[in-house]
Structures are given as C-alpha cells and as structure tokens.
Design a protein around this ligand. Sequence first.
Ligand code: GLC
Length: 459
Amino acid sequence: MRYRLSVVLLMMAFSTCLVAQGNIHERSSHYEWPEDTAVVRKLKSWQDQKFGVLIHWGLYAVPGIVESWSICDEDWITRDTTRTYQQYKDWYWGLADSFRPTQFDPWQWAQVASEAGMRYMIFTSKHHDGFCLWDSRQTDFTVARRAFADDGRRDILRHVLAAFRSHDFLAGIYFSKPDWHSQYYWWDVYPTKGRNVNYSVEKYPWRWQQFQRYTYNQIEELMTDYGPVDLLWLDGGWVCPQNRGQDIDMPRIAAMARSHQPGLLMVDRTIHGPYENYQTPERTVPEQQLTFPWESCIPLSDDWGWVPRPRWKSAQRVVNTLIEVVAKGGNLVLGVGPTAEGVLQPEVVERLQEMGRWLKAYGEAIYATTTTPHYHDGDLWFTASKDGRRMYALLALPEGQELPATLTWKTNVPRKGSAIRLVGSKRKVRWSLRDDGSVEVLLPKGLPAESLALTFEPS
Ligand code: GLC
C-alpha cells in the first residue's frame, strides 16, 4: 500500500515536471494562493497594473540572434553550419568582449514605457547564457567586467531599476535558473546535450551544491544591492527537483529573498506551487477567464531580443490583446529588446507611444478593473470597476476594419434610464434596449477607426 502510494506520488511529481520541461506554454488550474499577507498585498497591487514591459537584453543583441538558445544543441535550433559546435560556443562567449552599449540610456526606455501606459517592468539580469547584466561578485562573466568595464554605467541593472522606479514602475527582475556558462551547470568535462545540467547530479553532488550556492549567492546580490524589488521572475522551468535532481532549493532561496524584500512576488515559472505566485502563459492568451493571477508574456516582434528586420505587431493588435487579457483577468507584459548599443528603435517607440495615447483615453476601463462573469461578446469585452458601480464595454476593433455604426450586446445591460458614455471624452452615446433584451448603441460619427471603451452603470 505504502509502496503503491509512493509510486503514485512519484508519478505525480514527475508529470508536473514534464509539463514544466516539455511544454512551457501549458497551463494548469493548480494554483496556490500565497499566505503571507505582504505577498498578497503586492500581488493585488501588481494585478491592478495590467500592463508591463519585459526587456530582454544581453550578448545576443550584438549579432541580433535568438536569446541564448543558439548555444544549446536542441533540434529546433538552427545554427550556421560553417563552424563546429565548440567553435560556435567560443564565438558566442567571446561576444562579451564586444557588448559595449555606449548609447545605453535607461531613462529614455523608462520614459517611453511610461508614456506607453506600462506600469511595471521586468529586466533580464541573466539569461540562460549566464551573462550577467549586473556586477556580480560570483563570476567575471558580467557586463561590468568585460567590454563595458571602464564605463560609469557598467552596473547596468542598477541604472535600469533606478530609471524605472523614478517613473513609479513596479520593479521586476528576470533571472534564469539554468546557467549554460557555469562550470557547475554545463561542465566542460562532458558534452552538452540539450538544455539540462550535463553531468549526473547524483554522481557529482559537490558540483551541484556549488551550483546551488552560486544561484543562491547571485539572487542574494540582486535582493540586497539593488534597492526595492517587487518581483523575481525565474525562467527555465526544467530546473526542478523532479527533473534529474536539479533542485536549487527554492524554499531557501525564497525565504532569503523575502527576508530582504518583504512581500516579494516569486514567479518560479511553470512550477505550480507556493513559489509560482502567478502563472505565465507565453506568447498566448488563455482560452478563458481564469480566477487566479496570471500574465501573458508576448513580444512586440517575433523575438524577445533585438533582431535585424523584425516583424512588428501593430499598436492596435497589442491594445486588442491587452483588452482581451484584462477581461479574462490577467496582465500583459510586452517584450522589447534594445539594440546592442542600448537604444530602443524608433519602430518600438512609435508603437509604444500609440498604445500610450490609447490608454490615456481609455485606461479607466483597463487599470485596476476587475472581471465580470459575462466578459465576452463578439469583438466586445467587458470589465468592471472594483466597487461594481461601473461597467466597461471594450471594443477590440479588428485591424483594418472600420468602426461599425452600432454595437450590440446581450447581458451586462445598463441600468434603466442611465447613460452610456465613451470613456475618456465622457461623451454620451445613444442607446436602446431591443425587443430581445439586447443593448444597442449608436456610435457617434467621425470617431477614429480604433478600439474604444464605453462605460455605464450596470442594472
Ligand atoms: C522562454 C524562453 C526564453 C525567454 C522566455 C520569455 O522561457 O526560453 O528564452 O526568455 O521564454 O518569456
């Protein structure tokens, strides 16, 4: 009996990890609400922000290639065929000698993101390639000790956080649990096959302990030397105890981190449990409204980092995604990648500013709103004020379409005799109840062909 139970438990643990390992887009309804009241408070305030920016920056910006992954030998990754794998890796590590972002200006990034209506930020302190964008004392593989060492701004993370905090952003740090540069993770004695640790943790416990210590110490630096941090976004869900014993002792890390940063949100991606304070569907929006905290992460182009000739999403498309995400109860964090010189390209700035203009007019229907049981009707999405006194109907106008002359919806009927207004301009619109009980709104003529929001008192 006991044996059977432990087999079942083992299988359960393993399947959680397979989810984490195999398909990081997978979501599950398993969510554990935090008990720590400071964390709960932070979580609620984070949920109110709705829109954030996720900045990927690192060595990969120099050639403009996929972030870190090209040094991993998995099948889906294409690499140039003129070099051996080892030559390729050496070339990649060598990029640390060219990453010299002389035009690095986080104040401009923060200014633009703030104008875009973004309210929180997450910055890659270290991606899977292990290159640190802060002055870590645990390794020399940091921007502060390589090509940028003689620059006053070399401790990049410090300046990024300061700039965004000055615009009242919640501060988030992205940190990759796997570290492909560390000899404690990818040990040169063995070939590297895939994304995982490349030696047997069981056979070399000392080496793995060194990795645990390395990770702990790095996170401790981030939690103690860089001012207030609101969330720690831990990527690389395949690093978990059930997968080849890759246990970095998250309970100990979390306790340390929160002793320095009370109320810190831990986002141990895809590891459902006490350290995944919100879920992070990647490049997708969940099918349905979810009742626990979550955030879709979606890049503005097809890539997280800067690449030459990107394919951009339009501002309207991102606005529409934001509308859908918020009506379903989530947040949206939009990915952008500065160039290796440290600049946000004009195409990024333009799109962010356009979103900002929209949010300036219609943000009341987005920020600090809550969900409503009936939240979707065609291109219309619904949100509500937290006190329940106002409802919002948001039209996510499909790209390339003109505004319709009328909008109709069922359920979410306004109180009899009350006004429906355009959010922003406060302009009243004409509306009536049809015989079948649905609402019909006449949109004023001359409105720009863009998404919009209406507000009314629910009945
Ligand atoms: C995935 C990718 C990683 C990227 C992240 C952003 O986890 O592995 O490269 O940074 O998504 O959401």
